[in-house]
Design a protein. Structure first.
Lengths: 458, 259
């Protein structure tokens, strides 16, 4: 039986158990039992859950175990005895046999596979039947168990509540578990990379020129300093030079000067801007800003200007980050108690003096936290730099020159086909891990600052 | 000799002042004179408009968009709501101390130096130091903080913070100081210190103090105005008011029958 069919069958059985469970509970009511602990519906759910959940758990386990069982039974057959001992070839033959078994008529590449295919088909259908029977059996057993337990004083409601809680718990854990898995794989692959390339060469080398080979070179081609510099130059310097003043000024205007009606419109608009897909900004950077900057650089006599400049990517990234900084700064300024502002105004300070000398200093920790979050976003940003920053790993402070960033290089290293075991591909994991750790630290520090700041004014 | 009482000049006068929050009228036709020699207390039940009226006197109510003032309020004979009046200048001349101490999150020194700096009152570091010291001394805080002027003003105790705020107001050398329940967040000892301070400041500045505490009004003020439901019911010498109020409503309030 196929997967979807089994699931449908399970659902059907679940529905039937729901109806039966409910009906049994209903009978207690009609029989005059007043003190039914839970509503009949809950008894229905309880029975249905017992019918479905154990069977589902079995299916999950079975689907990961049964292929191995199938292969074992095929290998146990005398026809498989003279298979080669070469593990790699053997695996290839077996998987081909499986594929032929599933798609009859497919041409075989290895003749052995052709022989094994019928064996496979047979073993598969055997285990299929075993599995399906087990599922149905479990389903009935579960439902029967639950059905028997239904009595007027049975606390079905509480049991169902527990199941709901477990489901919610699992749902909330999935993101965390997935993240842990991703980090684990990053760490694992990075460790392999650092087995081939010394971390010192990686973190302190200034030459970045990964070759498309599977042999480890002499190491000096994997110096990531130009990448780190490019990332900082674009994300933490150029972008912030744009985003901090404009974001701050916009926040000051919105919190202090704008009429409430204007603020009511403007804040959501800024927040929507923060949701524009970054590829759109990337387009803008690559097709409009970069050529304009190149022409501008040429006009003022900068000779080595390219159409892929750090400035173009940084500028557009800065513009992209403005709403983010503005919104964070807005929150921090709004959190400064109005008694501060009144105190300053009552001294005869003007509005802008009050803002400059009292509100912004008082809001500073919150603003700094917001800026750090913005930096961590900027250095992880990929699309804009891929489209506008270029690939040349230059170690330069010239904003009109082309630089490259960590994210751009990760994309570069992983696109195109190359051997998964080459240092070139593994370098992407090392870069990713570095980026992950840096942004994680930035976020932690930023959140800590923001939290402390919030507490200061409570 | 006795000529002094006749030569008292009014520092601030208000005539038929009405205050509205949007459609709602909060103050109705209040006329009052504030002089330099006496401390004036505003008393009255909660919500009667004492704070509202106080805020009109240095135009702090300008910060509330819905608030509108009609009538006349003068400082040294000059209409403070006239278009020619510079609000910033006005607030430097009419200082304010708030109910909750609100020191800036800056050092004690910078808190006091804030006003002199923005108004350019000191020509150099030494003069600024002198203003800071004098203001803290007048506020009776100098002895307690002179060794830690660089510590944050928010690290002081509540009573010290309030005296810091008074010192801050004094530092710009105002003519009038408005205090809105300056002791309501303080314990009795800190309150006594502030009251003592008000005694010492009397005569140097025209002082108006809003208070809920009848004993406090009796202790610190020479003149008292009783507000009720947005109107000023009675205004006169404090001793007179507490011993022999003219109005029924004043008597009821003072004897604690309501409010
Ligand atoms: N910002 C405002 N907007 C609208 N109405 C206000 C505002 N501030 C005060 N009011 C109203 O004006 C009236 C007077 O308030 P006000 O704060 O002046 O009273 P108060 O005498 O100072 O009271 P309390 O002794 O409790 O401080 C009240 O009815 C209050 O609801
Ligand atoms: Mg008040």
């Amino acid at each position: 039986m196929t997967g979807p069919a089994i699931l449908l069958l399970l659902l059907g059985l679940g529905l039937i158990s729901w109806i039966f469970g409910r009906a049994k509970a209903n009978r207690f009511i009609t029989a005059g039992s007043k003190n039914l602990n839970s509503l009949p519906n809950y008894h229905g759910w309880y029975t249905a859950l017992w019918a479905i959940v154990p069977a589902l758990i079995f299916i999950t386990i079975w689907s990961s175990v049964s292929p191995a069982l199938v292969t074992d039974s095929v290998l146990a057959n005398p026809a498989a005895a003279e298979l080669t001992d070469n593990g790699f070839k053997r695996g290839a033959i077996l998987s081909e046999a499986r594929s032929i078994a599933n798609n009859p008529g497919q041409k075989a590449f290895n003749p052995e596979a052709e022989q094994l295919a019928p064996l496979y088909a047979k073993a598969q259908s055997y285990y299929d039947i075993v599995g399906t029977l087990a599922v149905i059996l479990l389903c009935f057993a579960g439902a029967a168990y639950a059905f028997i337990r239904i009595r007027p004083d049975f606390r079905a409601r509480k049991r169902v509540e527990q199941v709901v809680m477990i489901v919610l718990l699992v749902a909330s854990l999935i993101a965390i578990v997935a993240t842990i898995g991703i980090v684990a794989s990053l760490i694992f692959e990075s460790a392999r990379f650092f087995g081939m390339i010394s971390p010192i060469d990686f973190f302190f080398g200034t030459e970045w020129n990964p070759k498309n080979t599977s042999v480890a070179g002499d190491g000096e081609d994997f110096g990531a300093i130009p990448l780190f510099w490019g990332t900082i130059f674009i994300g933490a310097i150029i972008a912030m030079v744009i985003a901090i003043p404009f974001g701050l000024m916009s926040a000051v205007y919105l919190t202090q000067y704008a009429r409430p009606s204007f603020r009511k419109w403007m804040k959501p608009i800024l927040e929507v801007l923060a949701g524009v897909p970054t590829v759109v900004y990337g387009y803008f950077a690559a097709l409009t800003v970069a050529p304009a900057l190149r022409d501008f650089a040429a006009a003022i006599g900068i000779s080595n200007a390219t159409s892929e400049s750090a400035l173009a990517a940084g500028l557009v990234m800065g513009v992209m980050i403005i709403p983010f900084v503005s919104s964070m700064a807005d929150d921090s300024i709004a959190a400064v108690p109005s008694s501060m502002r009144d105190g300053s105004l009552a001294m005869g300070a003007t509005k802008s003096e009050t803002i400059k000398k009292v509100l912004i200093p008082a809001a500073l920790p919150g603003v700094v936290g917001g800026v750090l979050l913005a930096v961590s976003r900027a250095i992880g940003e990929t699309m804009i730099v891929v489209m506008a920053a270029g690939l040349a790993a230059n170690l330069t402070a010239n904003p009109f020159a082309s630089v490259t960033t960590v994210t751009t290089q990760i994309v570069q290293l992983l696109t195109g086909d190359s051997d998964f075991n080459s240092p070139k591909v593994l370098a992407a994991f090392a870069l990713g891990l570095t980026l992950f750790i840096v942004t994680l630290l930035l976020n932690l520090v930023a959140l800590h600052i923001v939290k402390r700041y919030r507490e200061a004014y409570e | 000799m006795t000529t002094e009482t006749t030569t008292i000049t009014n520092k601030m006068t208000t005539r038929n002042v009405d205050v509205f929050y949007g459609e709602k009228q909060a103050i109705n036709g209040v006329s009052i004179d504030i002089d330099m020699e006496n401390v004036t207390a505003f008393i009255g039940p909660s919500g009667c408009g004492k704070s509202t009226f106080l805020r009109t006197m240095n135009r702090m109510n300008d910060t509330i968009p819905s608030c509108r003032v009609t009538g006349e309020i003068t400082l040294d004979g000059e209409d403070i709501y006239a278009p020619s009046m510079d609000v910033v200048q006005l607030r430097a001349r009419v200082g304010m101390v708030f109910q909750k101490p609100n020191p800036f999150p800056k050092s004690i020194y910078d808190n006091i130096a804030y006003g002199p700096r923005i108004h350019g009152l000191a020509s150099g570091k030494e003069e600024l130091d002198r203003i800071v010291e004098k203001s803290l001394q007048r506020a009776g805080l100098w002895a307690e903080v002179k060794d830690r002027l660089n510590e944050s003003g928010t690290a002081l105790s509540g009573g010290q913070q309030q005296r810091l705020c008074i010192a801050r107001a004094i530092a710009v050398d105002p003519e009038v100081i408005l205090m809105d329940e300056p002791c309501s967040a303080l314990d009795p000892i800190a309150t006594a210190k502030i009251e003592e301070l008000i005694h010492e400041l009397r005569g140097k500045y025209a002082i108006v103090i809003v208070t809920h505490n009848m004993q406090q009004a009796a202790r610190v003020s020479q003149r008292t105005a009783f507000f009720h439901l947005g109107t000023m019911v009675e205004y006169g010498d404090t001793s007179e008011m507490f011993t022999n109020p003219q109005e029924e409503r004043t008597r009821d309030y003072i004897t604690g029958r309501y409010g």
